[in-house]
Ligand binder design. Sequence first.
Ligand code: TXA
Ligand code: MG
Length: 321
Amino acid sequence: MTERLDDTEAGIISAAALLRAGELVAFATETVYGLGADATDPRAVAAIFEAKGRPRFNPLICHYADAGTALADVNATDLARRLADAFWPGPLTLVLPRGARCRVALLASAGLDTLAVRVPAHATARALLRAVGRPVAAPSANRSGRVSPTTAAHVLRELDGRIAAVLDAGRCPIGVESTVLDLTGERPVLLRPGGATREAIEAAIGPVETGKPVGPLRAPGMLASHYAPSLPVRLNATSAAPDEALLAFGPPLPGAGATAQLSLTGQPVEAAANLFAALRALDEAAKKQTLRAIAVMPIPDAGLGLAINDRLRRAAAPRQE
Ligand code: TXA
Ligand code: MG
């Protein structure tokens, strides 16, 4: 059963406590309801993908109470600061390089070196974010492939029983998602039109380019900046050689030159939480010793295992630099 929390101080405090404990809580923003999790907790972030039934890991937007904390997790440019001054709090999401001291789990970036940050304007969302005191990763609170919800009833129709609570603050005033603007290239690129109009953005910073849509239409694995391990990947390994790095799922195979564990007990949610950090750890190991490939132990194609295997299959496919 999913708890329905009222838009009161007590409701907000309960929602914040659940989020801090690693639970999933849907909450209203000025655009649509978000499916929130503590962005610093990789397991909580993995649980978002599980609840949504996403077949693959899309990068998620991180929500902050104020611009200062948002920009502290990324490498902010002057342009980013100008946009933050003009549009935050509000329905504009900025994609920026992850900062050196970024607290957000790698899984929330789906392995990208960038992070989407946003400071919502909704009073309840802001009070919640202040009470949590951590960034909150939140895609729209719908099952994968469905439209974004704008009431708590919509959220419950799709996610009842799959998340701990929904913080019901009535209908979302804007009703379409935030505008996503990519600031990682030479020119700003509009990745998704949304609540902040192109006209308003261009009035503030001048012309922006129209990008290819991201998300379901453009797989994160196809983004040029997507993190891919430097070593070739060998799937469904049933043995490991001394010059191989092992990505273990369950009790590790013997004999590998280096090992990173996804989940000793074979749990897909834990494995998803560890995936990108484990791949990076094996790449680090390859800098110190000679390793020719990453041998990946079989991961069942069910639940989050589907998304994990999707990601690993892309890593195993021939590179298109
Ligand atoms: O209004 C909104 O933005 C809502 C509320 C809850 O804040 N959130 C939302 O999240 O719509 P979601 O996950 O449904 O959409 C996020 C979009 C996706 O198209 C995703 O691909 C893109 O933002 N995105 C997130 N991180 C990105 C990144 N690092 N680089 C490029 N695109 C990114
Ligand atoms: Mg969505």
